[in-house]
Structure formats: C-alpha cells, structure tokens
Design a protein around this ligand. Structure first.
Ligand SMILES: Nc1ncnc2c1ncn2[C@@H]1O[C@H](COP(=O)(O)OP(=O)(O)OP(=O)(O)O)[C@@H](O)[C@H]1O
Ligand SMILES: [Mg+2]
Length: 351
C-alpha cells in the first residue's frame, strides 16, 4: 500500500499507544476517558480493521494460504456461473469453549448475497448473529465452512468490506471530524478535501455542529452515528452492520435508515444488516433471514417484495404490516424457546 496509508496507520497506532499510557486522572483527559478502558478495547478492534485494509496483515495470512488459494480458485469457478453473487457463506459452524462446556454458537449456516442486495439477519439474543458478522468480517478464526467474497475464499479481513460494530468503536482521542475523516486520511486525501467529505457524512447522520467534540462528550446514539459515518465515508463495496441503530430512538432510526438506504442504493452496496428490529429489517431489506435460537441456524428467508425506492412512510402500508406479522410469527417461536431455556437454567441453578 502507498506511503500515506502507512503513515496514517502508524500515526493512529502511536496515538493509541500514547493514550493508553497516559495519566487518565486530569482535566480534559478525564473527560475524554470517562469510559476509557472500553473505548480503548473497541478502538483496538477498529485498528485491526484498518490494519487489514492497508495491507499490514503481516503473518496473519498463514501457512494455509496456498491451500486457501487453491480452494479459492475452485470457488471462483463456481461463482463465475452466478457472477452476481458477492458474498457467500457456506456451511459455517462455530463452537466456543466456555467454563460450562462447548457452546455451538452457529450451526451449518449457508446463504448468499447478490451484488447490491440488502439482506438483514434477525434472531433472538444470543443466537449467533454477531458471530456470523465477525466471521464474515474475517475477525474470527477456527470456524468450519467457508466465506467467499467476490469469488475468493477469505481467511482474514477483506479490503472491500466495511463494518459497523454493535459495541462502541470510535477513537476516543479524536474529535468527531477526525474520526469520520480517518479512512480518507488512510487513503492519502488532503486535509481540506477530507474535511469537506467528512462534513457531508456528519451532516447525513445529523451531527452538524458537533465536529469538534470528543466521543465522550456525545450520547451513545451519537457515538454510534459517528461510527456509521466513518464506515460510510470510504464507500465500501460490501457493508456489514451489527445493530447499528440499536441505541437510537425510533424516529432517528427510521430517518437514518432512509439515508443509509439511499447511499446503499446509489452505490449499489452489498449490505448485510444485523438487527433485533422487525420494522427496520422489512423497511430496508430485499430479503430477511430469520435465525433459530441456539444453536443459530437459518430458519427461513423471506423475500420482501415492496417497491423501491422505499421511504420511511412504507411502514404504514398493509403489505408492510403483513411482512412484519409473518416474520414475528417465526421469531416468536424462537424467542419463546430462548426464554424457556433461560428459565430452566435459572431453576436448575436455584435448585
Ligand atoms: N468469544 C466467545 N466465547 C464464548 N462464547 C461466546 C463468544 N462469543 C459468543 N459466544 C456465545 O455464542 C453465542 C452467540 O453469541 P452472539 O454474540 O453471536 O449472539 P447475538 O445473536 O449477536 O446476540 P445479541 O443479539 O445479544 O447481540 C452466545 O451463547 C454467546 O454466549
Ligand atoms: Mg450481537
């Protein structure tokens, strides 16, 4: 990758280390670091993403790369026949070893997303949605099955994928504008130009006037909007979002959803949204994938045949209501199973 990208990455790493070491007790720093530990942890994860994008994955493309390339070639042949497919997840399973034993978080999940398609995954809490998200983003290893992006099997983060995380991921030591402009800095876009572009996205997420604030001076929902703007600013070909609107009130959620949808349609971004919210899933998606309660499997995929372009007001139509009811039916079964299981284990613990 080019020099500017390397320089920005090094600067970010230095900022991170510097801030990690700093005395947290005083003045402005105490404010910036109100939630310091958590901020730094999630910032570190975000740095890993940038690391991948600018080609710093030293060592992580492991010995099995040749193997991967060979199977990648095979999968590419398969993908050529359906060249509109952008993202494939094939028979993916993931188990975690915990103190209580092995947990199967995801079990034999397979689906495909076409170029420019908007797909949502919906399922009860703990059914493995974030696990699927992290696997697609190349942040998790040790799973069975494969993930294919643009016809190639991946073994780590992929440059064309942008992610918005469920947990906080802003850089706490940077102002809103420097957070949002960061991907452009990595690309080597001059400061004045990147600020103009960043302002456009800051405006889009409704944060004009807050450019010079630090994340700790914003509400949780505002911080999440900074993270959304920062991911959208580099116009990723594939956009993965894990509960991006969860911290927002209903009105902001619908309005911001409209704006994200407009960008997604304009850029023909392949998008995967993870959500708990049925209205949001139906409002935005071409297809909604319903997952079962643990272990997470694909229960059903529902095609949403509502006309596009879609505005927030589609929410009031009869057809919309029917889709919501249909999805809720499936989801209720899974959520009830989840609750029953939680009650059983609470009873056993109490016994
Ligand atoms: N690193 C981990 N170590 C052990 N268990 C894990 C780990 N990550 C996830 N799990 C377990 O895997 C299951 C699925 O977790 P995941 O975070 O994917 O769920 P989710 O569907 O995203 O839930 P939510 O809707 O609450 O965000 C859970 O039972 C969780 O406890
Ligand atoms: Mg989750």
């Amino acid at each position: 990758m080019d020099l500017a990208a390397r320089r920005s990455y090094r600067r970010l790493q230095a900022e991170h280390l510097h801030n990690d070491d700093r005395d947290k007790g005083k003045g402005r720093h105490a404010r910036i670091y109100r939630n310091r530990k958590q901020c730094l942890r999630s910032a570190r994860r975000t740095i890993v993403r940038f690391e991948a994008r600018i080609g710093f994955m030293s060592g992580s493309h492991s010995e099995d790369e040749t193997d991967m390339r060979a199977s990648g070639a095979k999968l590419r042949l398969a993908a050529d026949t359906t060249d509109e497919i952008d993202l494939v997840i094939q028979d993916v399973s993931m188990r975690f070893n915990t103190r209580e034993g092995t947990v199967t978080a995801v079990d034999g999940v397979s689906f495909e997303i076409k170029r420019g398609e908007f797909v949502s995954i919906i399922g009860p809490s703990g059914c493995g949605k974030s696990t699927v998200f992290n696997i697609l983003g190349g942040l998790v290893r040790g799973y069975d099955g494969s993930v294919v992006v643009g016809g190639e099997r991946i073994s780590g983060p992929h440059a064309s994928i942008g992610m918005v995380f469920q947990e906080e991921s802003t850089f706490p030591w940077r102002t809103v504008i420097d957070n949002v402009a960061f991907p452009l800095e990595v690309k080597g876009v001059p400061k004045a130009e990147r600020y103009v572009i960043a302002r456009k996205f800051i405006d889009m997420v409704g944060l004009t006037g807050f450019e010079q604030r630090y994340p700790s001076e914003l509400s949780g929902g505002m911080r999440q909007r900074v993270a959304i703007a920062r991911t959208l600013v580099f116009e990723p070909k594939i956009l993965l979002m894990d509960e991006p609107f969860a911290a927002l009130d209903e009105q902001t959620r619908v309005l911001l959803g409209d704006k994200v949808l407009k960008i997604q349609q304009d850029l023909r971004q392949t998008t995967l949204l993870i959500t708990h919210n049925i209205t949001e899933a139906v409002q935005l998606s071409d297809r909604v994938l319903i997952m079962t309660f643990r272990p997470g499997k694909v229960k059903r995929i529902v095609d949403i045949n509502l006309p596009r372009p879609r505005q927030g007001d589609v929410v009031g139509s009869d057809a919309f209501g029917r889709y919501v009811a249909e999805i809720w039916n499936d989801l209720r079964e899974e959520a009830s199973r989840g609750m029953a299981e939680a009650e059983d284990s609470a009873r056993l613990r109490g016994a």
